[in-house]
Design a protein. Structure first.
Length: 362
């Protein structure tokens, strides 16, 4: 049979062995080339997809960074607006000859700025008078300590942190035998360990470090307490929540007295001790050293939003003779005022404002 096939291939018109071999080789090479072409196309597709994905990712990161920066600048601008408002308030008082008058809740700085469109994003602003709250740095003095105890009791808050607060502020490392407290030995055993300041609090947030302090108590205490220098002894009767006035002195813990004071301050503010006596009566004479009529310390909260990106600032400002001094300036992610994270524009739904308990009754 082999010889027959050889003879057949030599016949005219029969296939040549060399041609058949070349044909098979070409087909093999064509198949390899096709596979290589498909592989190259797949590789290029992967590279193009990766490049496109990386480019889109970088673009999104850049866009998010721009929005975050714009929101942060909006929040910063809110603090500068607050500074201007406080300076303007002082200038108006000076120009009207009432520089020794009062700071009260009917003035422009106290009204707040609801969420509004600026053309670059949304901005909301609130200025709160820290001079209308209990100064916790004075808790080692008998009268402020008693006021704090009455405030905690009226709000149904545990007073477990009162002793540790006194120890945190005092300069010694000794816990008196007549009360619960905490000094360096307790804080060294915490995880992680740390030491008490043994000096005045620098910010309200520092209270979170105290033994016995929890988030609910801290949140509930914020509308009624402040952290100011030890020398700030008086509470502004025009801006203090009713709960603070009632806790300040037993003579003020009377619904009739508080009602008269709140009514008097609502129209134009109380500007002298004589007005207090004529409004509330001589029974409040013992509280004279605790009440003031002007404010020098203000907490500013400002939130900026660009799209769904939020940035906020909290600042503590001190106003002296019309000049504004920045005590601290804290930037945060997210809004720090209610209403900023809700769709549309609305009012300031601020859960940190004083509760409606006694205030609502009056």
């Amino acid at each position: 049979m082999k010889r027959a096939s050889q003879r057949w291939s030599l016949l005219p018109g029969g296939p040549s062995p060399l041609a058949a071999e070349r044909t098979g080789r070409k087909r093999s090479e064509s198949g390899v080339a096709l596979v290589m072409a498909l592989a190259a196309t797949a590789l290029l597709t992967v590279l193009v997809f990766d490049f496109t994905f990386s480019a889109r990712l970088q673009w999104k990161k850049a866009a998010a960074g721009v929005k975050a920066r714009q929101a942060a600048l909006l929040a910063d601008s809110g603090v500068y607006v607050a500074m201007a408002a406080l300076q303007l308030d002082a200038a108006v008082d000076k120009a009207s000859g009432s520089n020794g008058g009062s700071d009260w809740l009917g003035e422009t700085w106290a009204t707040g700025l609801p969420p509004m469109e600026t053309g670059y994003g949304r901005l909301a602003l609130r200025i709160e008078d820290e001079s209308g709250r209990l100064n916790l740095n004075r808790v080692n003095l008998p009268v402020p300590r008693a006021a704090l105890e009455r405030l905690l009791d009226s709000q149904g808050l545990e007073s477990d942190f009162s002793g540790p607060l006194q120890d945190w502020i005092d300069k010694d490392d000794r816990v008196p035998a007549n009360r619960d407290g905490a000094e360096s030995s307790w804080y060294r055993s915490a995880e992680p360990p740390y030491l008490p300041r043994n000096g005045p609090l620098l910010s309200f947030a520092e209270l979170a470090l105290l033994k016995g302090m929890d988030a609910d108590t801290l949140r509930a205490l914020r509308p009624f307490a402040s952290v100011l220098p030890l020398a700030v002894a008086r509470v502004n009767v025009n801006t203090a929540p009713p709960e603070v006035l009632a806790a300040l002195h037993p003579s003020l813990d009377d619904d009739l007295v508080l009602g008269r004071l709140l009514q008097a301050r609502a129209s134009a503010g109380i500007s002298s001790w004589q007005e207090v006596l004529s409004t509330a009566g001589s029974s409040v004479a013992a509280a004279k050293s605790l009440l003031g009529f002007k404010s020098g310390w203000f907490r500013v909260r400002s939130s900026g939003a660009v799209g769904d990106t939020y940035r906020s600032v909290e600042a503590l400002l001190n106003r002296q003779e019309g000049r504004i001094h920045i005590i601290y300036w804290l930037r945060r992610h997210g809004p720090n005022l209610g209403g900023m994270d809700a769709p549309g524009l609305g009012g300031l739904d601020d859960l940190d404002l004083p509760g409606s308990g006694r205030a609502g009754a009056l």
